[in-house]
Design a protein around this ligand. Structure first.
Ligand code: ATP
Ligand code: MG
Length: 256
């Protein structure tokens, strides 16, 4: 049975999509069967996995509206080594269209249950909000991976997310837990980043992943080639860090 993880942080541009696609590629590289679900109408994780969001016949939108199954809507990214349930702008409408339906926050969970035994990991890339889409992700997942930059306001933003996760845990999904905080775009030369990193460890203890993802230009260049950095340039420092992170994830879930 697949372990299902949301990559979430309501703050924009913190590295959610980069984390999702590179962790997916890293897990595939170490032999795991992976489904990547793009829950963001921006469709960046879809494009960044080599799947053209403008040419999707079926997407996560159809799955949420129950007009298609995941089996029908997923596509295989040959280059990346994992399956993709893609998204595009159409998904922005789902929020409104789901307003009146019952169990609307459980749609993705129900759909994933039908394919769960085909994968070891399902990774869900969430949009930068705590919307109905993110809620569908959180209701489906066993855990949340929170990428964050070690900056001054980072801890403050975390409070909202932690509260939302607590509420979802209490009311909708008893399985949900924060698996860990992932320090991304890290630059050890910046003293403030080191300080925030230490604060994080003091406050969250072993919820902070050991792996640190450095700021690395190859990771930023890779999406324009429609690839995760791990596939685009496996020798780059950032790519190596994501493969290391994939191994850390595999070890962590064995202990769960
Ligand atoms: P959004 O909230 O809009 O969905 P996001 O949280 O998914 O954004 P990304 O799109 O992953 O964030 O990253 C934001 C920008 O930072 C992108 O241009 C990405 O290429 C760049 N970036 C992410 N991680 C790194 C890194 N480790 N080193 C250098 N650049 C990075
Ligand atoms: Mg994103």
């Amino acid at each position: 049975m697949a372990r299902i993880f949301c990559v979430a942080n309501q703050k924009g541009g913190v590295g959610k999509t980069t984390t999702t696609v590179n962790l997916a590629a890293g897990l595939a590289k170490v032999g795991q069967r992976v489904l990547m679900v793009d829950l963001d109408p921006q469709g960046n994780a879809t494009m960044g996995s080599g799947v053209d969001k403008r040419q999707l016949v079926l997407s996560v939108y159809d799955v949420l509206l129950e007009s298609a199954s995941i089996g029908e809507a997923r596509v295989k990214s040959e280059k990346c080594g994992y399956d993709v349930l893609g998204a595009n702008r159409e998904l922005a409408g789902a929020e409104v269209e789901l307003v009146d339906v019952e169990r609307r926050e459980k749609r993705l969970k129900q759909a994933l249950a039908l394919v769960a035994d085909e994968y070891d990991f399902v990774l869900i890339d969430c949009p930068p909000s705590l919307s109905m889409l993110t809620l569908n992700g959180l209701c489906s997942a066993h855990g949340v991976i929170v990428p964050m930059q070690c900056e001054y306001f980072a801890l403050e933003g975390l409070t909202d997310l932690v509260n939302t996760i607590k509420q979802v845990h209490a009311n909708l999904n008893k399985d949900l837990a924060i698996i860990g905080l992932l320090r991304v775009m890290f630059d050890p030369r910046i003293t403030l980043q080191q300080q925030v990193s230490e604060q994080l460890k003091a406050h969250f203890g072993d919820k902070v992943f050991n792996t640190v993802i450095p700021r690395n230009v190859r990771l930023a260049e890779a999406p324009s080639y429609g690839l995760p950095g791990v596939v685009f340039d496996p020798s780059a420092k950032g790519s190596q860090a994501f493969v290391e992170f994939a191994q850390e994830m595999v070890e962590r879930i064995e202990k769960l």
